[in-house]
Ligand binder design. Sequence first.
Ligand code: BGC
Length: 385
Amino acid sequence: MKSKKVLSVLVTTALAVSVLTGCGGGRGTGESAPAANTVETAGTEKTDSEPANDSSASDSSEGGEVVGVALPWLGTQNWAEAEVMFKEQLEAAGYEAIIQAADQKVPQQQQQIESMIENGAKVIVVGPVDGSQLGSVLEKAKDAGVYVIGYDRLLENTTGVDGVVQFGSIQTGELQAQALLQGLEELKGEAPYNIELFGGGPADPNAPNFFTGAMSVLQPLIDDGTLVVVSGQTDFTQCATADWDNSKAQSRMDAILAGNYSDIEIDGVLSPNDGIARAIITSCENAGQPIPVVSGLDAENESVEWVWSGRQYSTIAKPTNALVAETVSIIDSLLGGNGMPETDVTVSNGVIDVPIYELPPVVVTKDNAKEVFADDPDRMALLKD
Ligand code: BGC
């Protein structure tokens, strides 16, 4: 028995976020000492974005307040874009940017944040490698009068966080699951459908949230037999992909196919992001399977091309420029002496209720790609007829 799901695809993207310029004192520390006039970038595994290590750009910021940006890695396009866009937008707003990426290593990120504090940062923006492992260095930042903003991921188990800017993470998972169901109904005939489930890196607080959101949609259909998880692996711990490592996801998919699908077809796979989606699809192609319906996240260039050609069913756009602009507007408010902007949303991080500034993720399939990317000439250029 097939239960029909109605999927409403959101096509709203434009998030008007004004970037105000403004400088002021830090958190109760009065005027700041001018910091070293450098822009640093560190990290590995760049994707196809241009590098942001043009130190000549630091000349544009004379004596502006120092803002640190600590990114977890540059291994997916959204983080590589964040590195470039933070540099551009912070400097355009008159700040001096110290931007570093931690190559998925917690101690490296702790050190980078320490050095941002030492270099006089008034605000530190953090996309944590591990949401729960920065407690003491963030408390130290707080004690030094530095504002801390979580970027794209929650900062857990610490009072040293003033707010978090992100795309709705539970909602992201719900949208991934809804897109998977829509694709199954569209492309794979009548239920039941054979599916498998993948999650992201367990240290990233988004990963269990994406999975929880997705399972809130999928579990009832697993329970009623519409969806069959043939491997039987339905717990987040079984489905997670350490460090968001695409090759680990591909190996897990290879093993699942070899062990369970020698004489049946796989219809769909829940994937937490685009890199893992491409690994899953490649594994299925190598095993001689018809391409299953696979979800994704990030609207990475390569996956936008795959969605357009029908190789990947869906992705989710979470535009980095909008998230960076929202973060910079909060920095302006803080350093302009106006505190954190109002928000109705808070989330407990285990210790305090953290103000959350949430932007909406948007599902992308071949059907709405041109609408979603109407204001994104780079991605529009990938949609070739
Ligand atoms: C981000 C995703 C990204 C993943 C792996 C998540 O926290 O929200 O956009 O694909 O990390 O880098």
